[in-house]
Design a protein around this ligand. Sequence first.
Ligand SMILES: [Zn+2]
Length: 598
Amino acid sequence: MAEYIHIGVAWPYTNGDQHIGHLAGANLPADIFARFNRLKGNHVLMVSGSDSHGTPIMVEANKRKMTTRALFEQYHERFIQVSKKIGISYDLYTHTDTENHHRIAQDFFKILLERGYLFTQKQTLLYSELESRFLPDRFIEGECYICGYKGARGDQCDNCGNLMDSIKLINPRSSENREDTLVPRETEHYFFDLAKFRERIFSYFDEHEGHWRSAVMNFSRNFVKDLHERPITRDIDWGVAVPLEGWEAKRMYVWFEAVMGYFTASIEWAHNNGTPDAWKDYWYNPNAKIYNFLGKDNIPFHTVIWQAELMGVDGIYNEGDSTHLQLPYDIPANEFMNIEGDKFSKSRNWAVWLPDVLERYQPDAVRYYVTRTMPEFADADFSWDGFLACVNNELLATWGNLVNRVAGFAYKRFDGKVPTYDTLTEADKAIIARVETGFDTVGELLGRVRLKEALMTAMSLAKEVNVYLDERAPWKTIKTDPQDTARSIYTALRAIDNLNTLLAPFLPFSAQHVHDILGYDGQFFGALDIVEYHEETRSHKALVYDGGGVVGKWKKSTLQAGQSLREPVALYTKLEPEVIDEERGLLGKPRTERIIEV
Ligand SMILES: [Zn+2]
């Protein structure tokens, strides 16, 4: 029976381009998992969007002398373009500055308040006399009260790594304006009473102990041990307004409202498609499964805080029904992807930027290498010699050449058709059966989000087909026993057809290419479209996956002898060794953002 699978992907801040860390941490694993589930015939709803709020965006906009809105819109558009180019198949990629998101976030706030999960508390924070406002922590600098470092920020000290309480900084000053005087002043804020959810969250952990990654589970359990209230409002003017009289000058904290995007985007998706209740198939269906994909730096927000919010608003928009709101089933957070042995750094430009790699390399080459090295259980390293070796020696040598060799030979020697054979030998039947085992083995790994292992298992089957071909040697038998060549080439084409499906979630662009070469019609996967949606007062761009009429399925090949092939064109471009030095030469140097060609 078809399952309902909801896939939420971490919402990136719109304060700079996306890099390989976003791809390895969340976007690519989510997409592989979504594509696999769609091939299986499951109902999939994959949503995400740009995080428009949050002070890192305000800080960056300030630096560039732009409005926050202009900056976030610029990057929202770039995120959409990059996602389309690398094939991240969001059913909806939206952002958090929609009327829909604001309205639902405010409803969450009101329900949590009514149910006694919010309370107010007075705090003393630093007030800017020049700007006549409380300065957000990120705009405050001073001396760290733990290690003495002079350049600590109001939220964190980069020297000792401790989180800072801005009011305790020694000699605090505005990072924007040296003339400014900061004075402590009292302000009032709403707090989310997280401690009230502690027991319920522990029993939620118990239910999921068996299938969560142990690093995620251990981190989350530790976090809940010391679960206490957190302020959810702040004195800024950019973000979701607090829906209460007298609170017009405050906004919700971004960590509080951004996670709601998984829910609000589902409702937006249902609305955009003219099926306003369709989101309930995922959120109020006890058999649906919700997966969230993110990097390890985001774990507590996705394993504890979001759960508390959902528990707190249980029943929202579903009056009169006793079904509970669904909580995430699995949160397969990934670890970090370093670059050439060093940690990602935006300020030092130690990064591999997605728009730049997609200008130079095939999307499936990038997808292959990132999956091959995916930081599922430990930090991993993106290295350019590793990229070159994996693309040339594995993707191209094992898979690309297999397809091109066999399809090219069949096209030339069998009149552009899948060969017609009399009967298959035992070796032929054996290799077909062997590759078909992948539907279980690779499928089982994909279902458990063991993506790297799933890819390696599929690739090892491709290697076995190469060994089979060397043994059967159709290029030799064509001169002596063309009937035997027909058998082995038919067999190899059928194995390729199966392998193509097994590799499709990882390599969606190649999947279409091979599908075409084998003479099939139609789209293996759906298309990604950039669309614009209008609300009452504003409109926004979005990326949407159109899966209507697709033909790709997670099932064994029934390739017919006599089917017309299409003339093969090589799947992959071989990378030259110069690439390594060129790319390494860009690391740590200033970078200019270029227009993304979609
Ligand atoms: Zn410090």
